[in-house]
Write a protein that binds this ligand. Sequence first.
Ligand code: ZN
Length: 470
Amino acid sequence: MSTRFWCETAWVDGEVATGVLLTADDTGTLTSVETGIDTPPTIAEVVPGFTLPGGVNAHSHAFHRILRGRTHGDGGTFWTWREVMYSVAATLSPENYETVARAVFAEMLAGGYTSVGEFHYVHHAPDGTPYGLGTDAESGRPRGDVSAHDEPRTHAMERALARAAASAGLRIRLLDTCYLTGGIDTDLSEEQARFGDGSIDGYMDRHAGLSKAFATEFPVNAPGESFVHVGSAIHSIRAVPAANLPRFAELEGPVHVHLSEQPTENDVCQAAYGTTPTQVLDRSGVVASNLSAVHATHLSDDDIATLGGAEANIVMCPCTEADLADGIGPARELADAGATISIGSDQHVVLDALRETQGMEAGERLRSGQRGRFSPAELITSLTKGGARSLDLPVGELAVGKACDFIAVRTDSIRTFGSVGEQIILSATSADVTMTVSGAQVRVRDGVHTELGEISELYRAAFAALGMED
Ligand SMILES: [Zn+2]
């Protein structure tokens, strides 16, 4: 059985088309995209406004959302913010994280995203014990296990995130993150214990086990019906020794890394290795077209040439970068050098695909004194196809063979009224997203999740699960 949507206007093949009829098969994969159909067929759901391919959020840490609106009281720096973030990380369990992530992923859908790259490093119990490994002799309970679930308990945190995404209808690339050291030549601190795998071999073994387990539990079939995918990540040059980095060149699929977000990171890298984080990665053979450098804020001209020359991906997270006082990265220069730009919401100071994308152009204008650094079409491409490339997902375009993932944006709201064609990417916000569809199913309509209900109620449950009711 097929599902049809008739869109008043839509972004197809890099331009605005009218009367667009989308047909998806029963796997939620597009089988036809027709333009210029003036009258909606009776069997099609009418989608008013402007339809865009679903936004791809190429960089997320779901639990950071808990900090929104709670860290502005005392000023501080990225590093003091990180201390507060660690205090939330310490409270996470597989059960409460599933509840938290379900709310965050539902908000993400309402905010205009249909896919996410979840950069995940809270792997183990707070003391660093892997979930699901044997029984504690004293208590008789499973070690590192606080669950009554009788399903497999290994990879419990990863399974929680995958289930949360699948239940919300958000496509996820779970970027299984390697986090071995607290700083260059520094052991993990107590609060970082649950991020670590002991050694690069420990990481590679766990990562292989996770990939195998998920291949069985969440098989990747037709594009539209495959919601859970696995990738890998190097937390940062601070958290993985340079000697271990070549191992990531052996891995298939997307590899992500936090890169030069803060000047301090560059300084410690220079002191330890005598060069920049980008050049350390390049020497290790991991700067390639499957690499995504997240932030890439403080780069040298050589760094820009290296990332561009390798046709690497860059994930700009402008709202987080502003919130954490990181700085403004050289997105235009990176794009001109050959890199593909994508968009991420990182710590979710906002979950709004439109505002996040506008933030990149705003930063460019502020630092250059010029308008139109990225054209509206380029901004849409960054949010959609750019992210799809970064995460290697069959999304990002309204095209045959891609997943039927899209958002509809109001063209008649107080924000968008009068916007011309694709310039709406610079005027709309998530408040204008009336419909979010993934796998040809409507997931969010007018801000309410079609299966999970009011998203604010999901947050009420999430904060309660963390013991943060007030
Ligand atoms: Zn991040």
